[in-house]
Design a binder for this molecule. Structure first.
Ligand code: CTP
Ligand code: CA
Length: 228
């Protein structure tokens, strides 16, 4: 039998979720990446799908299984992710940027392995900034579209996160203090503070990423309901 799913404010909403850590190639055998398992983004994609949303998961490489009923768009680099997001956002109601995006990439890409040399004990790798995807999206975002960002901070959590909420024109920002035990990357638990422009911060308890995803999606759902 087919289980009937109750209608929710997210039923039929087109949601784009990004997850995983982007990779910037240095040479054929090396890359730069961020410390990210993708678990939080995948948990959010799962929760949104279960509430009836049509979910596109744009994912950098992870070890995770794609949630049932979710459309996967695989990407590797930040520039791949940026173009996939910009395209998918055109028809989306909501964007959730849970990906750990590399801020810098090698200035030049080389197609041969970089070799050690006998006469040099040091090497310098020149990096250039990548595209800020949320800032790019902010320029084309309509008043009907919601954007959700994440911020991993090691200090001044609320100040840094509030600044990101404003500068990236976000409706919600999920901030975590990754210096706390059990918080953030790789583990199965998290503790977040949910910031919104018009509301006091909501601080969750330390809980499984599944339960944190439910609380994040509750807030997204409430905003969608309010904005009709
Ligand atoms: N982000 C993005 N494009 C980038 C870097 C980050 O869209 N090039 C997104 C992330 O996916 C996240 C949010 O912006 O949702 C905040 O990411 P974070 O790394 O915390 O902020 P940055 O703006 O990169 O600032 P910094 O790393 O210097 O704190
Ligand atoms: Ca960053």
């Amino acid at each position: 039998s087919v289980m009937a799913t109750a209608k929710t404010p997210l039923t039929g909403k087109r949601v784009v979720v990004t997850a995983g850590g982007t990779r910037e190639r240095i040479d054929p055998v090396r890359f730069i990446t961020n410390d990210s398992s993708g678990k939080m983004g995948y948990a959010i994609a799962t929760e949104l799908q279960q509430r009836g949303a049509i979910v596109t998961l744009i994912s950098a490489p992870t070890k995770l299984t794609v949630p049932a009923g979710v459309q996967l768009v695989p990407v590797v680099s930040t520039e791949d992710l940026a173009s996939a997001v910009v395209t998918a956002f055109e028809d989306a109601d909501i964007l959730v940027m849970a990906a750990a995006v590399a801020d810098f990439k090698p200035a030049v890409s080389v197609d041969q392995k970089i070799k050690k040399t006998a006469d040099n004990d040091q090497m310098t790798l020149e990096l250039v900034k990548t595209t800020d995807i949320l800032k790019t999206v902010a320029k084309v975002k309509t008043s009907e579209q919601l954007t959700v960002g994440f911020a991993a901070e090691t200090q001044n959590l609320i100040d840094n996160a509030t600044k990101k909420l404003r500068e990236k024109h976000l409706d919600l920002l999920i901030a975590n203090d990754v210096s706390q035990p059990g918080v953030g990357f790789n583990g199965d638990t998290n503790q977040v503070t949910i910031l919104q422009p018009d509301q006091a911060p909501i601080k969750t308890k330390l809980a499984s990423k599944r339960l944190i995803a439910q609380q994040v999606v509750d807030q997204i759902s409430q905003r969608v309901q309010k904005e009709g």
